[in-house]
Design a protein around this ligand. Structure first.
Ligand code: SAM
Length: 219
């Protein structure tokens, strides 16, 4: 079988179809999110030695003690972010492998992503180039502070867990915007949806999760 960018032709496509079917069974409903997962070759975002496991619904190691999140969690977070309507500008904190970023880039006008581990960020950039994705801006920095110069954002998605929602990120959320963020100590984290109204923030707890901690000097 001919090898192409997306892997071994039909094999990779079939694996993604299977993954999407599984996510549907797990309750993921948004057709835009399912389509983005269907289109995005997850095996490009892991080490070649792990590519045969890329379409399992499981988190996978990406080096530096970090992980690529489980597809179900990627889908749930993206779905919750998107439920407020179309997203022009999105901020992601914790680029990691770049897989979640690539999913967001399918669904938003422009994605800003911040990662503190430079080799991960550079590898993610190479993957976006390889896939021809051009609506992502990357920065190596402590994402606790967000990316204020480019805000406010209609959506903020955080893929590492602080002990509480950072005020710095709340300030960068547009009115009507939504932030999806895991919060809490390891072993006791919840996925939180924050919606900014004209004069307040509404908070909803979505589910129990397990993320790596949001690391930073001031955390
Ligand atoms: N969304 C990623 C993916 O699709 O591969 C998974 C990211 S992994 C669960 C969390 C990432 O957050 C790691 O790459 C980690 O280095 C990063 N991270 C942790 N603390 C951070 C901080 N303060 N600023 C920026 N990135 C941070």
């Amino acid at each position: 079988m001919k090898k192409n960018l997306l892997g071994t032709g039909m094999t990779s496509q079939r694996s993604r179809d299977w993954l999407v079917q599984r996510l549907r069974e797990e309750g993921v409903r948004d057709p835009k999110v399912l389509k983005a997962i269907q289109k995005t070759p997850r095996h490009i975002f892991v080490d070649e030695a792990l590519s045969s496991r890329a379409y399992e619904d499981t988190a996978l190691p990406i080096g530096f003690g970090q992980t690529l999140s489980q597809p179900y969690i990627v889908a749930r977070m993206t779905e919750s972010l998107l439920a407020g309507g179309p997203l022009q500008k999105v901020l992601e904190v914790g680029t990691g492998s770049g897989y979640q970023t690539a999913i967001l880039a399918n669904l938003a006008g422009l994605v800003y992503t911040v990662e503190r581990i430079k080799p991960l960020l550079m590898q993610a950039q190479r993957r976006f180039n390889r896939l021809g994705i051009t609506n992502i801006r990357l920065k190596c920095a402590d994402g606790f502070w967000g990316w204020p110069a480019c805000g406010p954002y209609q959506g903020i998605l955080v893929t590492a867990a602080p002990m509480e929602v950072p005020q710095s990120l709340l300030k960068q959320l547009a009115i009507g915007g939504r932030m999806v963020i895991p919060v809490g100590a390891q072993g006791a984290q919840s996925l939180i949806l924050v919606t900014r109204t004209s004069d307040d923030f509404e908070i909803e707890t979505l589910e129990r999760v397990s993320f790596v901690p949001l690391v930073g000097e001031q955390i």
